[in-house]
Design a protein around this ligand. Structure first.
Ligand SMILES: *[C@@H]1O[C@H](CO)[C@@H](O)[C@H](O)[C@H]1NC(C)=O
Ligand SMILES: *[C@@H]1O[C@H](CO)[C@@H](O)[C@H](O)[C@H]1NC(C)=O
Ligand SMILES: *[C@@H]1O[C@H](CO)[C@@H](O)[C@H](O)[C@H]1NC(C)=O
Ligand SMILES: *[C@@H]1O[C@H](CO)[C@@H](O)[C@H](O)[C@H]1NC(C)=O
Ligand SMILES: [Zn+2]
Length: 435
């Protein structure tokens, strides 16, 4: 009788231990970014799959990107949880104000010296804690960080069309097999749309609605692929973006900005990046800083800052890389240098407080609440949320888990393990009373 009871006790112990091993189970994470997805792009298009995501998960009313509302700076804040002045990826283009070197965006993606400034992105932090990570086209994924590379990297080819829906689906299948067949824990997946269409046609063009429908179908495809790969109860997904988009204001509606009208650029500045949307940088020639500042202070429809006087909320002033003068256009005003660049009908780079610069945040999966509408928050807070979901120790960062943890079903494993310990104790108690 005693042996039978002992056996029963042992069986019960195993049963009780089960939730413990479940608590130790680490769910996986897919971070998807659709470049330039303005917060309200889904509100004038039929998007059944995005709508379903709210039923099945979390939606933020909108997400505020960091200053600078540009692709590389913003993506790197998401993946590091650090402000731009800390991670120092202060532009899409790598530049050197001393040598006047400027490297185009796509080429900058593989230049480690632009990305590796002593701040550790999530991939590397996770790998150092035993996880397997991959980056599919994601900005920053192609660099070395203190000699460490992301376990698996697929780089975007320059000049390759990136709106092919068939390939979007193939990329999802590829990523799903990394999760299901090769046990990757974290994959970041990047899509270049709707940014391209937003720039080329403007956010109000019918083609922007068309690409949002394509993105919506792709999200439907993703959800189906998750189930097909048996990842429904082990994969969490965050869908977000880096900035919004606004219509570029043009004549005759407004007088476009041409900075050379207000200061002699060649005479007063030794380096500049202008003609790049709503954000510009200048290095004045020696002794000419005040002159440049005064000239631009008189120019309409823009705000000029001395770097060390940049508002604290921008989190840019500490940057070593930013040149001494920073210029931000009023919403929709592009900062043209010498002549008006008519290429883009939509643009970004403006103040992150402008609603047109706000972007999206969605999440679903085993660790996320369902039907949870979150208040707006800053994208810097995504990082500690991702660390919590992956159950890893974050690197130093500027986010706060208190902003985002309300989206989670359990605030970590602690609740579940407490439950398991209680179960275990009651089982032991039961055994001893029986004996
Ligand atoms: C990263 O480092 C490895 C070896 O140290 C090197 O082969 C590779 O070219 C580097 N990649 C980049 C993008 O710098
Ligand atoms: C899209 O990609 C698929 C698969 O690579 C290819 O077969 C197809 O021709 C592409 N379509 C277009 C319009 O480029
Ligand atoms: C641009 O600046 C001019 C001159 O200060 C001003 O009259 C105009 O209202 C501004 N335009 C916009 C759209 O803010
Ligand atoms: C951001 O985090 C880093 C690392 O902890 C810290 O050094 C820096 O002061 C923080 N920035 C702000 C504005 O708190
Ligand atoms: Zn972008």
């Amino acid at each position: 009788m005693k042996t039978e009871l002992l056996l029963l006790g042992a069986t019960l112990l195993c049963a009780a231990a089960k939730p413990l091993s479940k608590a130790a189970q680490r769910n996986k994470l897919l971070l998807v970014s659709f470049d330039g997805f303005r917060w309200d792009y889904d509100q004038d298009v039929d998007t059944p799959h995005l709508d379903q995501l709210l039923q099945d998960g979390v939606k933020a009313k909108y997400l505020t990107p960091p200053m600078l509302t540009m692709t590389s700076p913003s993506h790197f804040t998401t993946i590091t949880g650090r402000w731009v002045e800390d991670h120092e990826v202060v532009h899409n283009m790598m530049f050197n104000a001393q040598t006047n070197q400027k490297v185009p965006h796509k080429q900058t993606l593989t230049r480690s010296e632009w990305w590796d400034n002593g701040v550790q992105p999530l991939w590397i932090t996770a790998q150092n804690q035993g996880l397997k990570t991959a980056s599919f086209y994601f900005p920053g994924g192609g660099a070395n960080y203190s000699g460490q590379v992301v376990n698996r990297v697929v780089l975007e080819e320059s000049g390759y069309p990136d709106d092919n829906e068939t390939e979007w689906q193939q990329n999802i299948d590829q990523v799903m097999s990394w999760f299901s067949d090769e046990d990757f824990h974290l994959v970041t997946l990047y899509y270049g749309e709707p940014d391209n269409v937003g720039h080329a046609k403007g956010p109000d063009h019918p083609d922007r609605k068309k690409i949002i429908r394509q993105i919506d179908r792709t999200i439907g495809y993703l959800r189906e692929a998750i189930l097909r790969h048996g990842l429904g109860d082990s994969l969490n997904v965050i869908i977000t973006s880096d900035h919004g988009m606004t219509t570029v204001k043009k004549r005759p509606q407004v007088d476009e900005i041409v900075l050379n009208k207000y200061l002699n650029l060649i005479k007063l500045a030794s380096f500049e990046i202008l003609d790049y949307g709503g954000f510009g940088i200048l290095t004045p020639r020696p002794g000419r800083e005040q002159e440049v500042f005064n000239a631009l202070s008189n120019a309409p429809n823009l705000t000029v800052y001395k770097k060390h006087e940049l508002p604290e909320s921008f989190h840019l002033a500490k940057s070593r890389r930013l040149p001494p003068i920073v210029v931000v256009g009023d919403l929709g005003f592009n900062l043209n240098s010498r002549f008006i660049v008519y290429v883009n009908k939509g643009d970004h780079g403006y103040h992150s407080g402008e609603m047109d610069m706000k972007t999206i945040f969605r999440a679903f999966g085993p660790d996320f609440r369902r039907n949870f509408l979150s208040e707006p928050f800053d994208s810097v807070h995504i990082y500690p949320l991702m660390c919590r979901v992956l159950q890893i120790q974050p690197a130093p960062h500027n986010g706060s888990l208190t902003v985002t943890e309300g989206m989670l079903l359990h605030s970590g494993g602690s609740q579940r393990s407490r439950l398991s310990v209680a179960l275990l104790l009651s089982t032991l108690l039961f055994m001893f009373t029986e004996l």
